[in-house]
Write a protein that binds this ligand. Structure first.
Ligand code: ITT
Length: 217
């Protein structure tokens, strides 16, 4: 049984369209501080697998605003809770460039060996204790032997999705999170049905890639 690890029901609704019989695991994994969503998702997948003991899929997403050099990016959840979607729009409204993108990283872990994805190492924000242990991307990609699994570096497979758009004043009642202020091809994601959003969205693209790989597996 595949567990979709999230506290966000909106994500699960979208995932169901791609994954038959997927169940939500409402587990709040530790979001490590990192610039790269892949690092956050991979850590989360390992932690969730250790917790659940079953195959898990973690989804870490973010809104990247061009005028703010990608902010809020990996901090999108915190910014939604503290600043709020409406005020994010008001900040961006003052900018000439209102372009933005959503990104999703799906990270899969089932405790077994497979050809794991390369995973970036955030060297800059590593603590001095951790720095010495950091391995290169290639070493991490090859971290699939039983020894390494026993040491705790479980293999993780990563799938990414991206969608460009523009931030606009809030419109629509559907979706969740930043959907009302994210416009793609003339409509906000909150003005689309879940199927319409999935057909073009960051999550839909990542889920389609994952679904194909998972079926083979
Ligand atoms: P989990 O970490 O438990 O999965 P979360 O909602 O905190 O739930 P993320 O950290 O991945 O998930 O999400 C970052 C933020 O981006 C959060 O505020 C979401 O509401 C928002 N978000 C993610 N995907 C979105 C989407 O497809 N449409 C609109 N907002 C989205």
């Amino acid at each position: 049984m595949l567990r979709f690890v999230t506290t966000n029901e909106g994500k699960v609704r979208e995932a169901r369209e791609y994954l038959d019989g997927v169940e939500q695991l409402d587990f709040d994994y530790t979001e490590v501080q990192a610039e790269d969503l892949r690092t956050v998702a991979a850590h989360g997948a390992r932690e969730a697998y250790r917790y659940a003991g079953e195959p898990v899929l973690v989804d870490d997403a973010g809104l990247f605003v061009d005028a703010f050099d990608g902010f809020p990016g990996p901090y999108s959840s915190y910014v939604e809770d503290t600043v709020g979607v409406e005020r994010v729009w008001r900040l961006v409204a003052d900018e000439d460039d209102r372009s933005a993108a959503f990104k999703t990283v799906l990270a899969y872990c089932d405790g077994a060996e497979f050809d794991a994805s390369p995973e970036p190492v955030d060297r800059d924000d590593a603590t001095p204790e951790r720095r010495g242990q950091d391995r290169t991307v290639d070493e991490r990609a090859a971290a699939t032997t039983d020894d390494q699994v026993a040491e705790g570096d479980l293999p993780v497979k990563i799938f990414e999705g991206y969608v460009p758009g523009e931030l606009v004043a809030p419109r629509g009642d559907g979706g969740f999170g930043y959907d009302p202020i994210f416009e793609h091809d003339g409509r906000t994601f909150a003005e689309m049905t879940p199927a319409e959003k999935n057909a073009v969205s960051h999550r839909g693209r990542a889920l389609a890639k994952f679904g194909e790989w998972f079926q083979e597996r």
